[in-house]
Design a protein around this ligand. Sequence first.
Ligand code: AMP
Ligand code: ZN
Length: 432
Amino acid sequence: MYWEKDIETMPRDRIETLQSGLLRDTVRLAALSPFYGKKFRDFGIDPAGFDGLRSKEKLPFTTKDDLREHWPYGFLAVSRDELVRMHSSSGTTGRATVVFHTAHDIGQWTNLVARCMYMAGVRKGDVFQNIMTYGLFTGGLGFHYGAERIGALVIPAGAGNSKRQIQLMRDFDTTVIHIIPSYALHLYSFFEEMNLLPSRDTRVRIAFIGAEPHSERTRKKIEELYGFKAFNSYGLSEMNGPGVAFECPEQNGLHIWEDNFLAEIVDPDTLKPVADGSEGELVLTSLRRTGMPLLRYRTKDLTRIITGDCPCGRTHRRIERITGRTDDMLIIKGVNIFPIQIEKKLMEIPGVGNDFLIVLEREGYNDRMTVKVEVGQDFFDGDVLHLEKLRRRITEDLRSDILITPQVELMAPNSLPKTEGKAVRVVDNRKE
Ligand code: AMP
Ligand code: ZN
């Protein structure tokens, strides 16, 4: 049943002993990099005397700005000729940051992704279609290598070209896909256009969805439309990419692989740890990376630890699905709003289609928020009165949740612009 049973079900005290040793090694190694070498001197940390987990809070935090300021090589703990691969973040929030890997790092990462995929039920003999951008983005090659490690047949389809994706699925009996959730919803409209039903006309039984925030309702919607199981895959390029935390068959939280990452949840303002089970910012330390170790990296992703044991038997702690980022928070008329809140509400309303866009404008000193919502095809073809009713319902439901009244515009199915990568949810025209 398990890919690496001994590791995945290791008793907690042993996980912590393991982490402590790995953290000591990582601190010693990190000290060789220009960035941490200086940081340790500034903080008075003696890497040789660092005593592991109990001193973790003495270590400095690392931020995306640090990565930008010491771009590109300031975090390398090995010489450049040890490196075999570079990746970068998708750059949704400013200049893309880069991460370098040694052959050892790629081996570890591959193993982690294989572990995740196996956990969800992928086996040798499966046909895996990777509907993700290949290249600098980690979702392409990361999953590609993981699937090959299991022995699945990999179709490196890449993103986009929807009709061809469907053709590939049908021609080669694809059983497993990896897809961005917003794109999965969009792709469904091509099935409709081609008069096909994914559950009847393809053999896909497992999907990995991730790379962007999505609600439980969106997952359910994808599962219902396609008739497969969709597993939440979380990762970030700074911590390799996919393979950091992943859902098990229980689909109740994502196990963080604690033999590779040290996870902390902190209050984003005070940077102090929050109580177990409370929401805060996820902070991660790589424990086995050699090329570019990162200590206490502030992911800006908001989540909480799910307390209690997982019925699947794995002992690595679980996090809740990401509820937002500290930096995608919108402040509209002084109210803090995360795009995921809007998505969650919209997906609960019958008649709402598969995509939406938030547009922000400033009129004088006032913020104006417009939510453009694609309508489902049936609704769109129906009565205008129904459409007006739907528009009012959306306005009212959003108002009761976010406490400000948005302007709601209903849009034809598939009329909002689509991207090949992560969905763009907000257009903020308020900035001068
Ligand atoms: P990148 O470094 O470009 O791969 O982007 C990583 C970021 O994507 C993370 O820090 C999250 O904000 C977001 N992300 C990745 N996977 C998920 C997921 N499963 N759910 C929500 N957000 C995710
Ligand atoms: Zn589990």
